[in-house]
Design a binder for this molecule. Structure first.
Ligand code: M1P
Length: 242
């Protein structure tokens, strides 16, 4: 059985929005030398390029960014989806910004990315300290969960929302989630004599890695998935799986 590895990035290979830690990088570069792996992130290329060392990006068989809405292979763009968010959705997002009980506004609250938008109450320009502050607030009041549920209920069959990292929500046309990355990989590699191993810190219902798990279930491929707490847990599992 050939093992294929699929990794989310933020919270799985790196701390959220931070660079890969030196010790983990050393481990991963060595571990991955003879492995087939893909990266599948909600972030865009600019962020993943900053967070992930070149060797890790170029040794990957493919790098899916923006929830699988863009694919790069060896730095070459293979496809890119488009999304033009409807006015009704933008109005609701602005209303959430007006009504939230959270006071800090760092700027860049609705970020357009290929095939999706990313929405953040505190704003994508937040400093690391502001990010932590919002994350603590959100864990308490479940604001992101409520906003994502609202979008999923009110835009059924049209638009979906899921929680990715610590301060934001990913929003995209229905079906254009990380499951599409798995469809592409499966189309290329198939299921014959292949075992897929997926690592994602959001591989749980409501999280933005969950659709990929669902897609593996749907396609009935041989697979394992790990909802990891952080990159240290990813390392522990990879070391024990050798
Ligand atoms: O890759 C996980 C998430 O990383 C960021 O999340 P946040 O800024 O909320 O920590 C975002 O780029 C998000 O789109 C992405 O899903």
């Amino acid at each position: 059985m050939k093992n294929i590895y699929l990794f989310d990035v933020d919270g799985t290979l790196t701390p959220a929005r931070r660079q890969m830690r030196a010790a983990f990088k050393k481990f991963f570069v060595k571990w991955s030398k003879d492995k087939i792996y893909y990266l599948i992130t909600g972030s865009d290329l600019k962020k993943i390029w900053y967070q992930t060392p070149e060797g890790v990006l170029f040794n990957a068989r493919g790098v899916f960014t923006c929830m699988g809405n863009v694919l790069y292979i060896q730095g070459e763009k293979i496809y890119e989806n488009k999304f033009d968010p409807p006015r009704r959705l933008l109005n609701h997002l602005n209303r959430f910004l007006d009504k939230t009980g959270y006071v800090i506004r760092a700027g860049n609250h609705i970020e357009n990315r290929p095939g999706m938008i990313n929405f953040s109450i505190v704003g994508r320009n937040a400093t690391h300290m502001q990010r932590e502050g919002y994350y603590t607030y959100d864990c308490r009041v479940k604001e992101r969960e409520n906003i994502a549920n609202f979008i999923n209920e009110n835009f059924k069959d049209e638009i979906e929302a899921s929680i990715g990292g610590k301060i934001s929500i990913d929003i995209y046309p229905s079906g254009n989630h990380k499951g599409q990355a798995f469809q592409w990989i499966h189309h290329k590699l198939g299921s014959n004599n292949v075992h897929y191993n997926f690592f994602g810190d959001q591989a749980k219902p409501g999280g933005n890695d969950w659709d990929l798990v669902q897609e593996m279930n749907k396609l009935k491929v041989s697979h394992s998935y790990y909802c990891v707490r952080d990159y240290k847990e990813t390392q522990r599992i990879l070391m024990s799986n050798k």
